[in-house]
Design a binder for this molecule. Structure first.
Ligand code: AMP
Length: 300
C-alpha cells in the first residue's frame, strides 16, 4: 500500500481516513514527516464527547497533523467490568472528529495490538498504586501497556491526555520519562457538563434518576475543597461528603486528598507548598464515576 492509498476517506463513514494496521499508520506518519509536519496522537476508547474533542483542539494547537486512536483496550478491563458493553459507534465518532479538524483515525485491529504470542506488560510502579490502582488492580498495567504500544506505533511528537483521568496522566508521564519515549505528554483540562458532571463515555449508562444525582459527586468535591481552602479539618469534611453521597445512593470507592504531583496522601509530612488535589470514585448502580479537583489557587 503506498501512502496515497493508505490515506483515503473511509468508505463506510465517508468522513476521515481510518487506518487499522501498524504498517499503514507508520507509512502515513512517515509521509507526513517527509512533508515537514509535526504529529500529535490523542488516544481514546471512542464513545466520543466534548472532553475528547477538547483534546483534539489542544493537539491541533501543538502539531500540524492529529491522529485520534480509537481502541477499547481489553487489558485494562477486569472480567466483571464493561468491556463488552462499552460504547462503540465509529460513524458518530468519525463525524465528530472530522468536524473538529482531526486528520486521521487509527482504529487498530485487536491482532495489531495483541498478537497471538504477545506477553509483554508495562508496570509503572508507585504512582499507579492507590486510588484507582487499588480498586482496579490490573487497570494501569493495561493502560500503560496499550499507551506504550500506541506511542511506539505512531511515534508522535506529542500525545494528549485529559486531567479527567488525572492518575492515568501521571502514570503515562512517568512511563514516558522512565522509558525515554521521545513524545511530549500534554494534559488537557477536565471538561464538565453544564451541571458539573465530569463528561465520560460511561455517563450513557446512567438511568434518568441516576443522571440527575450524578453531579453530586462534583458538588461533594467542591464542598471539601472549599473547607480545605478555609483551613478547616479535612478528615471531618471528607467524612461528611462521603456520608452525603452514600445517603444519595452512591457507593463510594474513595474520596481522598492527595499531593497533586506525587499522589501521596496528605499528612503532617506534606510540604507546605505542595499542590493538593481531591480525588473521588463512586458508583451509581453499575456505573463507576471518577472526578478530581485542584485545591489551591496555585493551579492555572
Ligand atoms: P477514554 O476514551 O475514556 O479512554 O479517554 C480518552 C482520553 O480522553 C483520556 O486522556 C481521558 O482522560 C480524556 N477524557 C475523557 N473524559 C474527559 C473529560 N471529561 N475532560 C477531559 N478529558 C477527558
Amino acid at each position: 500500500m503506498n501512502s496515497k492509498s493508505s490515506f483515503r476517506i473511509d468508505p463506510m463513514t465517508k468522513t476521515l481516513p481510518i487506518i487499522d494496521t501498524v504498517s499503514a499508520l507508520r507509512q502515513q506518519v512517515n509521509a507526513w514527516r517527509t512533508q515537514g509536519h509535526t504529529i500529535a496522537l490523542v488516544p481514546t476508547m471512542g464513545g466520543l464527547h466534548e472532553g475528547h474533542l477538547s483534546l483534539v483542539d489542544l493537539a491541533l494547537q501543538h502539531s500540524d497533523r492529529v491522529i485520534v486512536s480509537i481502541f477499547v483496550n481489553p487489558t485494562q478491563f477486569a472480567a466483571n467490568e464493561d468491556f463488552s458493553t462499552y460504547p462503540r459507534d465509529i460513524k458518530t465518532d468519525a463525524k465528530l472528529l472530522q468536524q473538529r479538524g482531526a486528520h486521521l483515525i487509527y482504529k487498530p485491529l485487536s491482532s495489531e495490538m495483541y498478537g497471538a504470542h504477545e506477553t509483554t506488560r508495562v508496570i509503572v510502579g508507585k504512582i499507579a498504586q492507590g486510588l484507582c490502582g487499588t480498586s482496579r488492580p490490573h487497570f494501569f498495567e493495561g493502560v500503560a501497556t496499550v499507551v506504550c504500544k500506541l506511542l511506539c506505533q505512531a511515534s508522535p511528537d506529542v500525545a494528549v491526555f485529559g486531567e479527567k483521568d488525572y492518575q492515568q496522566l501521571l502514570v503515562i508521564r512517568t512511563m514516558v520519562r522512565d522509558l525515554s519515549i521521545p513524545t511530549k505528554i500534554i494534559g488537557g483540562k477536565l471538561i464538565r457538563e453544564a451541571d458539573g458532571l465530569a463528561m465520560s463515555s460511561r455517563n450513557q449508562y446512567l438511568t434518568k434518576s441516576q443522571r440527575s444525582k450524578a453531579p453530586l459527586l462534583y458538588k461533594a468535591l467542591q464542598q471539601v475543597v472549599d473547607i480545605v481552602e478555609k483551613g478547616h479539618s479535612v478528615s471531618q469534611s471528607i467524612k461528611a461528603a462521603k456520608s452525603q453521597l452514600t445517603n444519595q445512593g452512591f457507593v463510594v470507592d474513595y474520596l481522598e486528598l492527595r499531593d497533586a504531583d506525587t499522589l501521596d496522601l496528605v499528612n503532617k509530612d506534606t510540604r507546605p507548598d505542595a499542590r493538593l488535589r481531591i480525588f473521588a470514585a463512586a458508583s451509581l448502580g453499575k456505573t463507576r464515576l471518577i472526578d478530581n479537583l485542584a485545591v489551591s489557587n496555585l493551579e492555572p
